[in-house]
Design a protein around this ligand. Structure first.
Ligand SMILES: [Zn+2]
Length: 144
């Protein structure tokens, strides 16, 4: 019974690694997060955490605190799909860190059916909400 499951696990790791590389685009200093939305083996969107378009490229204020209007990687990836001709229904989102509650709401509304992430965030409420919505949530640690 090898095959399909292992293959999916290998793919999951590959996309997560890509999300991790994508996170390097983030100019946030406290934490860099990347997200990719994959549908039918195609990357239909990507995102990393950062300020909204047109704003300064600094995520932290003078005290080093993350500004409240910084968008999370997942939110950027989801809004990018919404503004395109693509549709995230049935897609998988790969995130370098587990989603927060706000992003979990967006993931549910965008009809994404699977969430794969690497790092466990300290709060579990986002993951709990996703599971309540019947979304498959998988934590895949990347050993390096
Ligand atoms: Zn979030």
């Amino acid at each position: 019974m090898e095959g399909k499951k292992d293959k999916q696990h290998e793919l999951d790791k590959r996309y997560l690694r890509m999300a991790k590389i994508w996170a390097e685009n983030s100019y946030c200093q406290r934490r860099q997060v990347g997200a990719l939305i994959v549908k039918n083996k195609m990357i239909i969107s990507d995102g990393y955490n950062g300020t909204p378009s047109g704003f300064e490229n600094h995520c932290e204020d003078s005290e080093g605190m993350t500004k409240p209007y910084v968008l999370h990687a997942e939110a950027n990836a989801i809004t990018k799909v919404a503004a395109s001709t693509n549709d995230s229904t049935g897609a998988t989102i790969y995130i370098t860190a587990s989603p927060c509650l706000e992003c979990a709401k967006l993931i549910i509304q965008s009809k994404i059916v699977r969430v794969v992430y690497e790092d466990e965030y300290r709060l579990r409420d986002g993951v709990d909400l996703l599971e309540r919505a019947g979304i498959e949530v998988v934590c895949v640690p990347l050993e390096e």
